[in-house]
Design a protein around this ligand. Structure first.
Ligand code: NAD
Ligand code: DAU
Length: 349
């Protein structure tokens, strides 16, 4: 039995990764470590919280002593590290929060792993989940490859790039067995409604303005979150130590085209007049340093480990909209802040 520490498991992607791992690795124990920041929501894991394979630890990766205790309490053999401050706009207003969690927190986790495993790195793994934003911004053509030079341009991407460098430094300097993946934009159920797709869905439901930054011509490469979780599980099981794998959907959209599709699909689902939601679109001041385009080449992952996305975007978007419409309580709890009470009810009685 392996004891797998998943950090950030109460967040958007982490909650899908926890579920994917419980399903794919039924012999292993999963410890979900999460500080439950504004982005952490244990309601995301309601369906599996009593699974005997699963344990939750309320802890902060900024606290090295607590990490040391957790490694030793659960005899952690593997780490899948997702905990992070993840929103670019927040990084522009509060960069230091990103340094503390993404840089210091990641380095604390590496240090705790190194200390606990130091006698023997055999059958151990530190898997770091990162982003395509570390590669910077593309022009109209080209792709990000695993060997594309780092060129982060926001405090968020700079902090993620720095964390990637620390992970590789622990590999080269101490021999810590690591693997890194860099993924493009995710979307799907449980996405926190500060990010483009769930924010637009929520605002369309409530007939609120749809804030499109700049001219809406920035391009993102969207991947369904469960396909990301499948990719992480595949790399965890079959990836080569010391390697990097890019993950993406080959699915580029300008923001404005994407918002149009969301508006039209939701008008249809909500029985509204065609064009009603498009009339809510409002062009607002651009994000500072706004990266123009991201696009991932995921050939290595496909050729070496056999992963391909399972869902076409149109289908994924429909499933996502259906999920948000069917889970209006989740959305209300998140936007009102009531989801914070869930931890108290579930874990403090
Ligand atoms: P999220 O913001 O939804 O969730 C982050 C989780 O980390 C939350 O549960 C939060 O409580 C926890 N956390 C934050 N600070 C912590 C700390 N100091 N200690 C312990 N837990 C802490 O993020 P997400 O969108 O699910 O992203 C997860 C990871 O995947 C991040 O590392 C992010 O950089 C990366 N990533 C995200 C995307 C995307 O499109 N969302 C794409 C590629 C990579
Ligand atoms: O590429 C992977 C990254 O994708 C992850 O590492 C990040 O954690 C994740 O947040 C995401 O970053 P983006 O900045 O691309 O995502 P966001 O949803 O914030 O914005 C997507 C695009 O939409 C971007 O060009 C900015 C624009 N936007 C965003 C918001 C929130 C708007 O036009 N209006 C908005 O209100």
């Amino acid at each position: 039995m392996r004891n797998i520490l998943i950090t950030g498991g109460a967040g958007f992607i982490g909650s899908h990764v926890v579920r994917q791992f419980l399903n794919d690795f039924p012999e292993d124990r999963i410890v979900n470590l999460d500080a439950l920041t504004y982005a952490g929501n244990l309601e995301n894991l309601k369906d599996i919280e009593h699974n005997p394979q699963y344990t939750f630890e309320h802890a902060d990766i900024q606290d090295l002593d607590t990490l040391r205790t957790i490694f030793s309490r659960y005899q952690i053999s593997h780490v899948v590290h997702l905990a992070a401050e993840s929103h670019v706009d927040r990084s522009i207003t509060d960069p230091l929060a990103f340094v503390k969690t993404n840089v210091l927190g990641t380095t604390n986790l590496l240090q705790a792993a190194k200390e606990y495993w130091s006698a023997d790195f055999k059958d151990k793994l530190f898997y770091h989940v990162s982003t395509d934003e570390v590669y910077g911004s593309l022009g109209d053509t080209g792709y990000f490859y695993e060997d594309t030079a780092y060129d982060p341009r926001s405090p968020y991407s700079a902090s993620k790039a720095s964390s990637d460098h620390f992970v590789r430094a622990y590999y080269h300097t101490y021999g810590l067995p690591i693997v890194i993946s860099n993924c493009s934009n995710n979307y799907g159920p449980n996405h926190f409604p500060e990010k483009l797709i769930p924010l637009m869905i929520n605002n369309i439901i409530h007939k609120k303005p749809l804030p499109v930054y700049g001219e809406g011509l920035n391009v993102r490469d969207w991947l369904y979150v469960i396909d990301h979780a499948r990719a992480i599980s595949t790399i965890f099981a079959k990836g080569q130590t010391g390697e990097t794998y890019n993950i993406g959907g080959h699915n580029e959209w300008t923001n404005i085209d994407l918002v149009h599709v969301l508006c039209d699909t939701m008008d249809e689902k909500l029985g509204r007049q065609k064009g009603e939601s498009r009339s809510l679109i409002t062009y607002v001041k651009d994000r500072a340093g706004h990266d123009l385009r991201y696009a991932i080449d995921a050939t290595k992952l496909q050729n070496e480990l056999g992963w391909v996305p399972s869902l076409q975007f149109e289908e994924g978007l429909r499933q996502t909209i259906d999920w948000f419409l069917a889970n209006s309580n989740w959305l209300e709890n998140v936007t009102s802040g009531a989801y914070k009470d869930y931890y108290k009810q579930a874990y403090e009685g």
